[in-house]
Design a protein around this ligand. Structure first.
Ligand code: DGY
Length: 329
């Protein structure tokens, strides 16, 4: 019997759809994700893995699952999957592109607006009873309109961010591996250095790769304006957090809002959490009920197609495994 393992709890609709296929479906219902050892144990006779960012799906995990045909990641980023190992073994890797772009950009823009207009720190001051007399020079914020937003990584999410910024009369610059033809109302700049120097807000939307690990570190913060604010909704390791702490503390940059950190969850005693100019959210950019439901159903579609022997609709390594795909053997 075909077996599918889901590594975190999911929507009832997704569970019903998986079970309707006739497969045996095991859903990891614990409050915490499986440990790597638990995953290795649980995956032994599994054909389809419905995976989440909470687990590293590496060669060891894959080797524990000789029948594994597909890894369907719940999310657009799949840096937690060792793609070279999946390619070697002919395992299809899938993700959930497109459907979460708008929700993610909504959150990235909300973080930008929050840092700019200080909704991240002033309400706490009001709650502490520290709202003094009206002060023409007090509680000053930063404008959003007519400021420059630098988008690093112009994929679907970056493009949605550009659209939101246009609605706020921002000037939008973008830096991307390739210049894109589409019209985003954004101007291409051909170096990270230039976009860092010119922007009032920098929003990161590039994937995590070996090249982008610690892409934002001491030298990059030095290039940014002292008034600039960094928004990170991609992956924590893209930002060197020790360098960020120093930059925020010394005033090298004005603020940062992070949806993603290293590690996740960030420990409550982490130095970044002591700073008023740093806002940290618990990796929730795609976390609206509607979007998470769409992601779940897309993951279901991917895993069910593959265990039935078809190419999953959102396969990221179809070309690489065309000659040795397990779903075709
Ligand atoms: C994504 O889709 O990549 C989200 O960050 C969840 O992992």
């Amino acid at each position: 019997m075909t077996k599918i393992l889901v590594t975190r709890r999911t929507f009832p609709e997704a569970a019903v759809a998986l079970r309707a296929s006739g497969a045996e479906v095991v859903i990891w219902e614990d409050a915490d994700a499986p440990s790597q050892a638990d995953l290795v144990k649980a995956i032994a006779d599994v054909d389809g893995l419905y995976a989440h960012i909470t687990n590293q799906v590496n060669a060891e995990v894959m080797d524990a699952a000789p029948n594994l045909k597909v890894i369907a990641e719940f999310g657009v980023g799949y840096d937690n999957i060792e793609i070279a190992a999946a390619n070697e073994r002919g395992i299809a890797v899938c993700n959930t592109p497109g459907i979460l772009s708008e929700s993610t950009a909504d959150e990235a823009f909300a973080l930008l607006a929050s840092m700019a207009r200080r909704t991240h720190d002033l309400p706490a001051m009001v709650k502490r009873g520290e709202w003094g007399d009206f002060d023409p020079l007090g509680y000053l914020a930063t404008d959003i309109h007519h400021k420059t937003l630098g988008i690093v990584g112009m994929g679907n999410i970056g493009a949605e961010m550009a659209k939101r910024a246009a609605g706020f009369n921002m000037n939008v610059l973008y830096f991307n591996r390739n210049k894109r033809d589409e019209e985003f109302g954004a101007t291409y700049v051909d170096s990270l250095e230039e976009i860092l120097e010119r922007s009032d807000y920098i929003s990161l939307h590039n994937p995590l790769t070996p090249e982008t690990t610690n892409m934002m570190s001491t030298d990059q913060f030095k290039l940014m304006k002292k008034s600039a604010i960094l928004i990170n909704t991609t992956r924590g390791p893209v930002v060197d957090q020790d360098a960020l702490y120093e930059a925020l503390k010394s005033g090298e940059i004005a603020g940062a809002a992070l949806d993603v950190t290293v590690p996740e969850p960030i420990p409550a005693d982490h130095p970044l959490l002591t700073l008023d100019n740093c806002l940290i959210m618990p990796h929730v950019a795609s976390a609206t009920g509607d979007t998470r439901m769409k992601m779940a159903m897309m993951s279901v579609e991917n895993v069910l197609a593959a265990v039935a022997g078809d190419w999953p609709p959102y396969c990221v390594n179809q070309t690489e495994i065309a000659g040795n795909a397990r779903i075709k053997s």
